[in-house]
Structure formats: C-alpha cells, structure tokens
Design a binder for this molecule. Structure first.
Ligand code: NAP
Length: 448
C-alpha cells in the first residue's frame, strides 16, 4: 500500500473550501474567528480542505475591527443575508438572544444549510424540532458548545460511549457558581465578596442571577439528559435551586463533615426507567471527583452500566475554549461534506421518548439542615419534636463556637429519609418563633 504525503496546498487544490457564515461577534464569535485563523493550517490538514469565512454578521458589525483576521470578509447587520447567502455552506449562530437564535436556526435549516449553535436554551427547548428539521433537509446540526464549552462531552456520549447504557450523569456545569463556591471554600470569602470577584474576573455577567439561581445549569442538564438517555424533558419541569443562600458558615460545617458544597446538576434513571433530574447545591465528599473541581472549571461524571464512572473536567466557558467547541463542530460537519456524507442523528438518538419524571422528593436521602436562631432554652427540644413527629432521625448536631447568640447558626444532619417528608418537617420548623432566617436544606450526595 502506498501512502501519499501531500502538502496542504496541493491537497486543498483538490477539495474546494467549505464556506462559513458567522452570526454574532461577541465573546464566542470573536473566539471562534480567532481559532479559525490561528488553527487554519492544522484544520486544513485534518480536513483536506480549507474553511473559509465568507460573511460575518452582528448588529454593530461595522464598528468591529477585524483587521487582525487577515482575510477579506463580507460584513452585514442582517442575519438573513447570511442564512440566504448561496455562498454559505455552514451557518454558525452565536447571537445569544433566544428569539433571534431560534429564528436563525430554523431558517438556516429550512434553507438547507448546516447549522452550528452554542445556544443552550435553544437546544434545551427546541432540540427535537431542530433535529427533525435537520433530518428532513438532510443537513447537519452541531451543538457541542452548548454544554460545558471546551469539554467535548456531547461527542463523547454520542460517539465514544455510544455502546454504553447510562444510569446517571452528574455535572458542575456553571463556572461562575463553581468559582464563587470555591472562593468561599478555600479563601473564606463571603458570598458577596466571591460574587464581586467573579464579576471582576469577567466570569459573572453584570446580572448574574441566571447563573447563580441555577437556570444556566438547568438548560445544560436538560441537554445532557437528552443525549444520555434519549428522553426529552420540559426544562420548566426540572426543579432548580441556586447557591444564593449558601453562607460561609455552611462551609465551616461542611469541613466538619469532610464535605464541600457544589452546585450539582444531576439526571438519573431509576429502576422503572423514570428520570430523576434536578439542579441544586449539594454536600458532596471533598475527596470525590466533583469535590475536587475548583474555580471556574466544569466537571462531569457519567455513570454507565458497563464502563462504570467516566469523568471529564476542563474549561466550561470563555471565548477560546468555546470557540474550539464551535470549530470542532464545523470541522466534523465539513468532514462529512468533503466525504459526501449525509445527516446523522445530531442528538444521538433516532427515536425519542418524552421523559417520565420520577416524582420530586421520592427516594431516601440524608440531609444537611442549617437553622439560624435567636438563642434561648428549649430550641433543640422543639426542633427535635417536629422531626420526631415526621419520623426523621437526627444523625448529628453541630455548632461552631463563638457565633452571635442573636443569629446563631447550627446544623443538624438527618439520616436518610424520604425528601418529601423532610420538606414537610422543615416547613413546620420554619414557623418556629425563634428562627432568625429561613432554614436551609441540602441533600448529601454520595458521588464517586
Ligand atoms: N460566553 C461564553 O463563555 C459561552 C460559553 C458557551 C456558550 N455560550 C453561548 O454562546 C452564545 C453567544 O454568547 P456570547 O457570550 O458570545 O454573547 P455576546 O458576547 O453577548 O455576543 C452576542 C453577539 O451577537 C450579536 N447579536 C445579538 N443580536 C443580534 C442580531 N439580532 N443580529 C445580529 N447580531 C446580533 C451581538 O452584536 P453586537 O456586538 O454587534 O451588538 C454580539 O456580537 C450564547 O448562546 C451563549 O449562551 C457562551
């Protein structure tokens, strides 16, 4: 057998370039252009054809300095001119705003062009319709950048682990919240200080509510559940709880319990095939794989019936890591174009099930209960009596020394009990007259 070693130049003469239209020149759009420019030769060698950016679009496109890109490129403010441009093979949608992203995506597919998007909301809410539209037009859909930016998690599930049967996926899917929790854990920062630090470093948006309240992670776990289990979940049905109520004292208690606190997005199949899915802060072992994910990094654990636990960690956001994910999708689509291939199943399944959700609060779970009280005699007795009435056993009571008696935080850890029962008891406890703040509960998760 003879192998031909060719120069990239000679190779690309055989294959015409794959023509790209890019809509959105913000953080990810600029990062994507940078990756395309800097990795141009490497990509061409991998693909056997060049990738050519033909047109770029943003609202203020004429104010953008693109001289560094070093290639002539048409500019437009009107995304429809990209989608309808006969010289564009692949449209890259990076506008962010949900309604515009949706319009761009559906028009692109309707025009018979391949689509790459980084918009998690779009894919979480309309992924099945997009996949169907792509299939009907025999075009391809790239969504890798929607979940955990630079981690190739969707490719890993769809391709590398396509033979696996997953029972669960756990993820730290939001870098901003993980940065905040890590600062609280390692530097003793208050929530407000850690949030200000995240904003200074550009991790958190000026309005950080979307990240902190868990909504960003909720879109991502909805997509992971689709790709892992072939089950479509309505995003608004996924229970979500953010990290805004976590205080420094919770880390002090976590340390006593050899645990730490992370915002965990989880989806797991129960024995009846139902999906338990939620985003919430959890008390996890410090030594667990996700307990060791620090700063703005993302981490994901896949639990499979044959391969056991597979873990991924890496940069989950930012211009360049996300740009790499976008370009990787473009390269994959371009490879198939070069090879004359057809559309595959972009979400990894050809047949879909609407998810049957396990009722929230089903299953036994050990719980961390933090109460903040105005100190007086008899508090423990009254709280214990309520827990006892709900048949909940106390595992331990913890109190850090030197806390102010007018706002005294203490913690009870509760033995595994039905979560719905804990919620009922805590509602009753919340009405006790000596409480100085609403109780905080967090499940303990025994993650590997
Ligand atoms: N940032 C990250 O680290 C990250 C990570 C993973 C996924 N993502 C996803 O990637 C997407 C882009 O995020 P980003 O952070 O790059 O957003 P961004 O910085 O806000 O950039 C959005 C870009 O879209 C342009 N745009 C908005 N509406 C438009 C319209 N109607 N027509 C034409 N252009 C329009 C804006 O134009 P002007 O600049 O001209 O106003 C801007 O260039 C989002 O879906 C996001 O969720 C982001």
């Amino acid at each position: 057998m003879r192998i031909h070693f060719q120069s990239a130049k000679r190779e690309s003469r055989k294959n015409p370039g794959i023509r790209l239209g890019l809509i959105g020149l913000g953080t990810v759009g600029t990062g994507t252009l940078g990756v395309l420019r800097e990795h141009e030769r490497e990509i061409e060698r991998r693909l056997g054809a060049p990738l050519e950016v033909r047109v770029v679009c943003s609202r203020r496109v004429h104010r953008k300095d693109l001289s560094w890109f070093g290639r002539p490129v048409e500019r437009t403010r009107d995304w429809r001119r990209v989608v309808r441009n006969p010289e564009v093979d692949i449209v890259i949608e990076l506008v962010g705003e949900a309604r515009t992203a949706k319009a761009i995506a559906f028009e692109t597919l309707a025009a018979g062009k391949h689509l790459v998007t980084a918009n998690k909301q779009l894919v979480a809410e309309h992924g099945l319709e997009l996949a169907e539209s792509a299939r009907a037009r025999r075009v391809m859909l790239g969504i890798e950048a929607c979940v955990a930016g630079g981690l190739p998690i969707l490719h890993a599930i769809r391709q590398g682990l396509a033979g696996e049967h997953f029972s669960a996926v756990f993820g730290i899917l939001n870098g901003t919240t993980n940065y905040i929790l890590t600062e609280m854990e390692q530097r003793g920062a208050t929530f407000a200080e850690a949030l200000a630090g995240a904003q200074q470093k550009g991790y958190a948006e000026p309005d950080p509510a979307f990240d902190i309240q868990g909504y960003d992670a909720r879109y991502k776990i909805a997509i992971l559940a689709m790709i892992c289990f072939g089950q479509a979940v309505r995003v608004e049905k996924i229970p979500v709880e953010g990290i805004q109520r976590i205080e420094q004292v919770d880390f002090a208690y976590a340390r006593q319990l050899r645990r730490t606190i992370r915002l965990i997005a989880e989806a797991r199949r129960d024995a009846r095939g139902r999906l338990g899915i939620a985003v919430r802060p959890m008390m996890i072992p410090v030594s667990s794989a996700l307990g060791r994910v620090h700063g703005s990094v993302n981490g994901i654990l896949l639990v499979g019936s044959k391969g056991g636990v597979t873990s991924f960690t890496g940069r989950g956001a930012g211009a360049e890591p996300t740009g790499v994910a976008v370009v990787s999708d473009v390269v994959e689509i371009a490879r198939r174009i070069v090879a004359g291939g057809k559309s595959a199943t972009p979400l990894g399944y050809a047949r879909w099930r609407r998810a049957r959700l396990a009722p929230a609060g089903a299953g036994d779970v050990a719980t961390y209960l933090r109460l903040v009280v105005r100190d007086q005699p008899g508090i423990l007795g009254r709280v214990s009596a309520i827990l006892g009435r709900h048949r909940i056993n106390i595992d331990s009571v913890l109190q850090e020394p030197g806390m102010p008696p007018r706002r005294l935080p203490f913690v009870m850890t509760l033995e595994p009990t039905r979560a719905s029962r804990v919620h009922q008891a805590v509602e009753e406890i919340a009405r006790l007259p000596f409480l100085a703040a609403a109780p905080l509960i967090m499940p303990f998760a025994e993650l590997p």
